[in-house]
Design a protein. Structure first.
Length: 245
């Protein structure tokens, strides 16, 4: 079917800010299990976990996940997903959703619909949500995106874009780190050389734009989901689970 896709979840233990992050306990379940259960409840035809760590491999297998062991040398989750796709011999036209292993609250609608936005011209699909909190807008750890009228990404930045130079602006968009692409496009992306914009902003998606790829950015009416990068994020996520069930 045209909308069939697979999910590959990159999971590594070597996070400097939160070591062994995938195995972190979140109210009786690991972070990785919560992400895997989310993926398993989606419309994906299959879900795989890609890791370089034996403890993560054993944990993932204990919960019934298909695990792909990858190189320890990857510098990004995208590279790990690309190797996993090669190891399981996915066809070039297979649609892949790269669901980060630290995103247990990503809305299912985003997961299920992103692959449907891939076309011959929109070779990468990603998501954004509206934000209005001034602290979030000016936080360099949050990534803004500006789109064209056709919802193609024009630029991503850790700065406030667009800048409200002539009038107050209310439609700021926060980029969410979730991507869909065909396996062919994914393999092409991993071969691209880093660019000046990417190195300046520390944003891998700027490499795609610099090399001429069209990134379709769909907007969704959700509050920004909690991504877990630090111990503080983990505590916030635990409190969210306790308060929301």
């Amino acid at each position: 079917m045209a909308h069939e896709f697979v999910i590959i979840v990159p999971a590594r233990a070597g996070s400097s800010r939160l070591p062994n992050k995938p195995l972190a306990d979140m109210v009786g379940q690991s972070l990785l299990k919560r992400v895997f259960d989310l993926a398993a409840s989606s419309n994906a035809s299959a879900t795989f976990i890609a890791t370089d760590n034996e403890a993560i491999q054993e944990h993932a297998q204990s919960m019934g996940a298909d695990v792909i062991m990858t190189s320890v040398n990857h510098i990004s989750g995208m590279d790990r997903v690309a190797e996993a796709a090669r190891l399981i011999n996915l066809s070039p036209d297979t649609k892949i959703l790269n669901l980060q292993g630290d995103e247990p609250f990503m809305p299912l609608e985003i997961i299920n619909t992103l692959p449907t936005h891939l076309t011959t011209t929109n070779t990468i699909a990603t998501a954004c949500v509206p934000i209005s909190n001034p602290e979030t807008i000016t936080n360099p750890n949050e990534v803004m995106v500006v789109r064209s009228l056709s919802k193609r990404a024009m630029y991503f930045s850790r700065s406030v874009i667009p800048y409200a130079f002539t009038a107050t602006h209310h439609n700021y968009l926060k980029h969410l780190g979730i991507y869909s692409y065909t396996n062919q496009t994914l393999q092409e992306l991993t071969k691209l050389q880093p660019t000046e914009h990417e190195l300046q902003e520390k944003l891998e998606q700027l490499r795609f734009l610099d090399h001429g790829y069209n990134i379709f950015v769909e907007d969704y009416p959700y509050n920004p989901p909690i991504g877990i990068d630090t111990p503080e994020d983990l505590e916030a996520a635990i409190e969210f689970i306790k308060s929301h069930g």
